[in-house]
Design a binder for this molecule. Sequence first.
Ligand code: G3P
Ligand code: CA
Length: 252
Amino acid sequence: EPASYVGDEGELPVTVAHRGYSSVAPENTLAAVASGMRTGAEYVEIDVHTTADGVPVVLHDQTVDRTTDGTGDVAVLPGADVTALDAGAWFSPAFAGQRLPTFAQVLDLLETGSSTLLLEIKGPETSAEVERVVDMVVEAGLEDRVVLQSFDVDALRAAREHAPQIPRGLLRGALDADPVAVARDLGAVMYNPSASALLERPDVVAELNAAGIAVMPYTVNSAADWARLTEIGVDGVITDRAGAFIGWKEGR
Ligand code: G3P
Ligand code: CA
């Protein structure tokens, strides 16, 4: 019987710190992940890409341009160059010197706290690249502290094939006609849609939960939307404002 990620009836949604606590620290850096953990987010979300020489690194975009002092496509750059980049100065001078982290560094950091890692395989990644990421989770013994998620169903299938014990979630920009069937077909424990799509069909939360599938919509930064999503019974909320969301829940 696989672990369920569905919250109890009437329980408030868990906090998922999106790209780390990315409203107070530069997204997808060790500072942002540490800040999300310290603030008490049950989950911290990051994005992973693979460099030209096969090093999994933590970055949202396909290029390093927006969030570092370098330029270029991460998939054609060597790991040593990518991890030397400054990924903090663009956000604030206070974070200058934050390097673009390896996935291995995030796993090490995860071991110092209790948050679960919502690990997005950004893609496109080859099966071998997905397997490398999955192997690192297994080698660290962190299978029960990681949920792997992706918009890319091929990546989810590759992960399932290689290490079925690591739970997986499907990301969707638009809802499927039958979300339960799609999630079941992938053996997914989570179905994480865009919040705006979900709010148009709120009944799917109960349908998914009844099938044992958790729902954690993205990316939700206003109290008005936190209230709407709590009302329809989501299990978690992916937010840039982890601290504000925790405070909002405490005030209810
Ligand atoms: O966790 C879901 C969310 O991160 C998906 O969108 O573009 O922020 O990776 P994006
Ligand atoms: Ca993401």
